[in-house]
Ligand binder design. Sequence first.
Ligand SMILES: [Zn+2]
Length: 366
Amino acid sequence: MKKTGVYIWCCGVLLLTFITQSCSGEDLIAEDRKKNLFNSQTDLTKKSKNFYSKTEPDTYSLTDRFKDESLLTLPCESTDFGDVLSGYFESLLTDPAFDFDLLNYYLELNRKYVTFYHGENYYGENGEFNKLAEKRIRELTKFWDLNREIRLNGQHNSFLNDREILTDMIESFDRTVRNRTEAYAKADLLLELNKDSPNFPENPYFAFDAFTKSNGLLVIGDGLLEGIMDTGIDGDLAFTAVLAHEWWHQAQFEHEDTWDYTDQLSNPTEISRFSELEADFAAAYYLAHKRGATYNWKRIEEYFRLSFNVGDCLIQSMDHHGTPTQRLSAAELGYELAASAQKKGFILSPSEVHFAFLEVFEDITK
Ligand SMILES: [Zn+2]
């Protein structure tokens, strides 16, 4: 039976991995209590202290995850990407406006907005990836020949600083608001808060999502791209690699009835790791292929570096995507598949790539 409305989270939720590698969770929670400045010192509405009270419950809660001690002490390779993300988070924590409730409120609004948004799009903070996106979407559509409509929503920090968009978000997703007039009032209060903060909402963390939905939606956040670029990786490569990875999840959705290997896996963690490593593998195949993105060796090496960097150590979590070493291996083997097949001048079908991955999966994860 086809599942509908299924998500595959590729980033955003995983941010915690990197943060917890460099910070103590208890410190952060204590920090949260101490720094709840808005609640304790300011009362803009006169009605409710916490006027940005939570939107409806989502699958994701930052504070709950901080309290999960099993996530706090995992040994793993440290990466440049992890260091970059720790820097972003430190900047948030030391912001006088820092507040966990506001953080969660903004994350949920921006995530829900890009999940349900239909319309004009742009990619990158100033649309710098628009042309590339058009080209890559055209290429990937031909390359994998999937029988589904795929659309890409860009996620931007600036959404949370735009009066009309912020009001749209609040009106649509905040159940404490009854009409647009109330939504405007709340948006205006938030915009005032934003003015006093260099992080709310400019911190890359607020647009850090990359995910795929079974209805054909792909989302790529500016913050994630910025994080990758801050490790020294080329922006075009970062955008293309994330897009190709997400695109492969659509192939997985399309073939879920016949690609039944994951039925043999015993738990959601293993299934998640399999799906993610396969997406890294297939993305490498496309990036290196002469009829795909045709990246040269220098760029492919950057992709390897990117793959290593985005590995995580949540080895017991349902969000685990593979360790840095495993993600690097998957990328290298995907490249080798392209290098071995491309001389023949044809493109392997999604199923052929899937079966090629099955042959190497156990080696990658042993
Ligand atoms: Zn993924």
